[in-house]
Structures are given as structure tokens and as C-alpha cells.
Write a protein that binds this ligand. Sequence first.
Ligand SMILES: Cc1cc2nc3c(=O)[nH]c(=O)nc-3n(C[C@H](O)[C@H](O)[C@H](O)COP(=O)(O)O)c2cc1C
Length: 317
Amino acid sequence: MLRVSWRSPLKSGRTRRNKAKRILLSPGRHITLQCGGYGDAQWLEREFAAAGNGRVGCGFITWSLAKQPQLLQQTLAHAPAAVMLSFGAPEPFAAAVKAAGVCLICQVQTLAHTRAAVASGADIIVAQGSEAGGHGQSRTTFTLVPEIADYLAKAAPETVLVAAGGVADGRGLAAALVLGAEGVLVGSRFMMSEEALVPAGLHEAVVRARGDATIRTTVLDVVRKLEWPPEHTGRALRNRFVDTWHGRERELGAPDTVVREFDRYTRARETGDMDNTGIFVGEAAGLLNDVRPAGDIVHDMVAQAERILTNRRALPR
Ligand SMILES: Cc1cc2nc3c(=O)[nH]c(=O)nc-3n(C[C@H](O)[C@H](O)[C@H](O)COP(=O)(O)O)c2cc1C
């Protein structure tokens, strides 16, 4: 998450008393979120250790966490900077996060999700538009963010709003701030950083891709036998695997086929054959033309947004 030292006229006069928010919104601060994903106790320990048991946050896929709720207590024992809950009702877990004094982030895709997140006491709401890489729903960032900003202004003015989906440079950051967000959550751009742990060939495949080449699909879940709630699809790169199976999900899910295809999918990933495996990436793929250090990405994104917001003539053509 990023914050630039530009004050949105839309938010002027808002006070930020909450301690978690003061930490998040002090200049130049950000939270690094590691991903608890589908849940693995040993993996969680390894990742916290790899982060030097530093102040990192941890994100969970909420419907999956419900199958292993003990992972939340394991995470809270590390006193994380934040816990992010995405893709499912937050209330079974929100109280434990709040009771531990940990910042609660809820990633939402609709206004209904926003209401539930506010009722659960979310400190930060991430409004995720369908441009985003990975799982999500159908609302776009451009309308979802201002609608949620209006709602929060009335219903929960202390709650921080962060935009996600399609932010890959300073233009996206500036636009998100103008739409009423106070920061951004960035995924695809950081996947294209030197530090990202990605399979061989992935960076090259994304550099080659334009934004037109992504699609919302369930085939990457079907082949991995992940039972996502049907309202969620995942935005991924169209490649041979996706083009072969998109629209033929039932066929792919047939017992023999799925075993065979999962094996091929996994081997392709291991051998760098990016045409025959899955690559989650957002529509921002069309803006991702290089692989750079994460620190440079942050620095340039913030600097470009500041230039744009203080001088519209700085807008690139
Ligand atoms: C490769 C990849 C994996 C992701 N995995 C998760 C995840 O496990 N949990 C989650 O809440 N969001 C996940 N996301 C979505 C991000 O939280 C975020 O909404 C998205 O990356 C923002 O849009 P952008 O990709 O255009 O920056 C993932 C995104 C990408 C690109």
C-alpha cells in the first residue's frame, strides 16, 4: 500500500484518530502482505521467519480459512502488522483479529461486501475492481471506488479506503486518489519485480502480453481442484491452456481428465512452459513492460503520481 503526500480535497477535514491508521498513513509507510493463500501451517511459519519475524501483514482467502480456522490464531501469535480477509464473509474471524489489536483489512468487490466489512469493524477496506489479477468479481475499479468512498464518508468515515485493480504506475495511483481512495493495493506490478518468486518464463510471458490478453476464468481453479464460490472467477493470461479449456470446464473437471491435466499443468510450470500452465495477472499486463526492483517501482509510482497531482501538465500522453 502506498500513500503520497497529497491531500484529496474529497477527504479534507477527516480526522484519523485510530492508531492503526496513523501508522498506515504516515508519509512513505506501507504494509507488505504475505499471502496465507489456501492455508498451510508450516508455510506460514517459514514465511514469517523469512520476513525476519518483522512487521508484515498476512492475507487469507476467507472461505478457505474457514476450513482451517486455527491458522488465524497461529498468525496472530506473530503479532502481524495486519490481517487481510478476502473472498468470503469476514465476521467469523474479524473479532479475533480486532481483539488481538491487529489492523483488519477486508478486500471487497461489491457494496454489499463493504457493508459487511464495516459491520465487522474493518480498519481498511480494499475496493477490488475486476481489472485486478487473480480472483475477484465483476465490478470495475473506476466505479466501485467512488461508490464505496461515498458510502464510507457517511457510514464509517474513520475507515481507510484503498483501491485495487489496474494500478501499475503513477497514473493509476493518482486516479485512485482522485476517485476517493487513500492508498492503493498493487499486485500485478509487484509480480513483475526482481524480488517476486515466480516460475521461470513468467516475467517474459507477461512482458510479451498486452492487456487484451487477460480473461476472467475458472479453469485454473478447476484444474487445481479448488472449489471457489461460483461468484468468483480469476483473471489470468490467455494462453494455450486457458484457450483450450475455457468454456469446457465440466469436461476439464472429469476425474481422469483433471488428473492428467493437473499433472501437465504442474510440469509445465516447473519447466517454464508458460503456454501450458496458469498465470494470474491483471489487465495491467499491458502496462508491464519490464522487471524492476520493488523499491524502484514504489518510488517511481509515487513520484509520478505526485507530479500528476501537483501539475496536470505532467500527465504523459
Ligand atoms: C498473482 C496474483 C495472486 C493473487 N493472490 C491473491 C490472494 O491469494 N489473495 C488475495 O486476497 N488476493 C490475491 N490477488 C489479488 C490482489 O489482492 C489484488 O486485488 C490485485 O492484485 C490488484 O490488482 P492488480 O493485479 O491489477 O494490481 C492476487 C493477485 C495476483 C496478480
